[in-house]
Design a protein around this ligand. Structure first.
Ligand SMILES: [Zn+2]
Length: 429
């Protein structure tokens, strides 16, 4: 059932630019955009004065935990958190149990997303069976079933020959491989970034080079095979440089940064609080500034959350036992606007149409707000400051480091195919 909605008085920001306009939505589509539109019979009127009206956000990197760890998140609760964060589409990472390495599992994830009805859930597939890095998943079958992005996220593909073969298939199939860049042998036992803080705190370190070696290797494999690679959650200054050079060379390399890698540093581990444990780890201020600069100059295409919910009993363990990861969907916009010195339109590009293109969902998401286009839209106040109240989170988990931190930019309404999934900040179901 679709609603008739009139959004008035907002600033429309989309891939074509920025302008003041009213927007009418009916039957799941944008039916009119004009300087001023009067309300019609049956319109739900949304006053967007002072707000931005943009295409819905697209997250390239969401861990929904279902199937397998429903105590941390379900596809329904994760979709609700996504909608609250302004997302109309999310790519579900494959490190579920069972792994998303077969058509039956990806179909299950997609179907649960449809049943929840809060967000388009696009399952990714694993590059290798069980994410074990030994044998390729049935990439062709999964591509046939509509999977566009493949990754062993949580682990990088360690074997360069296997990665080369995967890229050769990917080039033929028109799919994208997304790499978690980590040379495992160099990070065994690591709980934080290897650097001054790590030695002061006496904790085992995850050296930057473990990321950079794989970024470099995969860029060179792209050069060899011509197949695209998307680099997940890039975190070091040198990684940003490597991607910048790859792009200057005209290679089909894209990259993302997370909200936490543009806002938090390794010094926060001083209290040995596992809330700050994440993979790749929080780095130094030099890295944070380089990642911010990479987003600002377009070297880094997308802001992606790496939303990684964990139930309290697992996350509140000592650092060496606690799993890495933090929530991201409900705070991504607020963290990004608070920490990036960029025009709002550029932040929206990194949250919406640029990731939509990488995810292969650009027919439905990240579209211009124009007559006839699908009504997947976010309305947010770019200036509202706010703080996270854990009890108000839609996610089933509570592992966010942003409690008590001032964020800037808050989602008011999210519209999926003409239906409000979030109205006045509150999920509608
Ligand atoms: Zn991840």
């Amino acid at each position: 059932m679709s609603e008739q909605i009139l959004i008035t008085g907002g600033t429309v920001i989309d891939p074509t630019g920025e302008r003041h306009a009213d927007v009418r939505i009916a039957d799941g589509r944008v039916v009119a955009v004009a300087d001023r539109l009067g309300p019609a019979d049956g319109d739900r009127v949304i006053d967007a004065s002072g707000c931005v009206v943009s295409p819905g956000f697209v997250d390239l990197h969401t861990h929904l935990r279902e199937p397998g760890k429903e105590e941390a998140e379900t596809i329904e609760t994760g979709s609700r958190a996504a909608a609250k964060g302004g997302y109309t589409c999310i790519v579900a990472m494959p490190n579920t149990d069972p792994t998303q390495d077969s058509v039956s599992v990806v179909e299950f994830v997609r179907r649960q997303g449809e049943i929840a009805g809060l967000c388009d859930v696009r399952p990714s597939g694993s590059i290798t069976i069980g994410r074990r890095g030994e044998q390729l998943s049935p990439l062709g079958e999964l591509a046939e079933a509509g999977v566009h992005l493949f990754t062993d996220d949580g682990d990088g593909v360690q074997d360069p020959l296997l990665m080369r073969r995967a890229l050769e298939y990917a080039a033929d199939l028109g799919i994208v491989l997304a790499q978690h860049c980590e040379v495992k042998r160099l990070t065994e036992g690591a709980v934080m970034h290897e650097g001054d803080c790590c030695s002061t705190f006496g904790l085992p370190g995850w050296p930057s080079i473990a990321e950079e070696m794989m970024v470099f290797r995969d860029i060179e494999l792209v050069r060899l095979t011509g197949a695209p690679v998307h680099i997940l959650h890039l975190s070091t200054a040198r990684s940003v440089d490597l991607v910048r050079v790859a792009k200057a060379d005209g290679l089909p390399v894209t990259a993302e940064a997370t909200p936490h890698h543009i806002s938090l540093t390794d010094e926060l581990l001083a209290g040995y609080d596992s809330i700050y444990k994440v993979n790749p780890p929080l780095r130094t201020m030099v890295d944070v500034e380089a990642v911010r600069a990479g987003v600002a100059d377009g070297t880094i295409d997308a802001i992606a959350t790496d939303h990684a919910p964990h139930a309290p009993e697992t996350k509140e363990q000592p650092l060496d036992h606690a799993p890495p990861g933090m929530l991201g969907l409900e705070t991504a916009l607020g963290v990004s606007l608070a920490h990036l010195d960029m025009p709002v339109a550029a932040v929206v590009a990194a949250l919406s149409w640029k990731p939509a293109a990488i995810a292969g969902v650009a027919d439905d998401h990240g579209r211009p707000i124009a007559e006839g286009e699908p009504a997947n839209i976010t309305v947010f106040d770019p200036d509202e400051t706010w703080q996270v109240v854990p009890a108000h989170l839609a996610s089933k988990s509570r592992n966010t480091p942003f409690v008590g931190v001032e964020l800037r930019g808050r989602v008011r309404h999210t519209i999926l195919r003409g239906q409000l999934t979030v109205g006045d900040g509150t999920p509608r179901r």
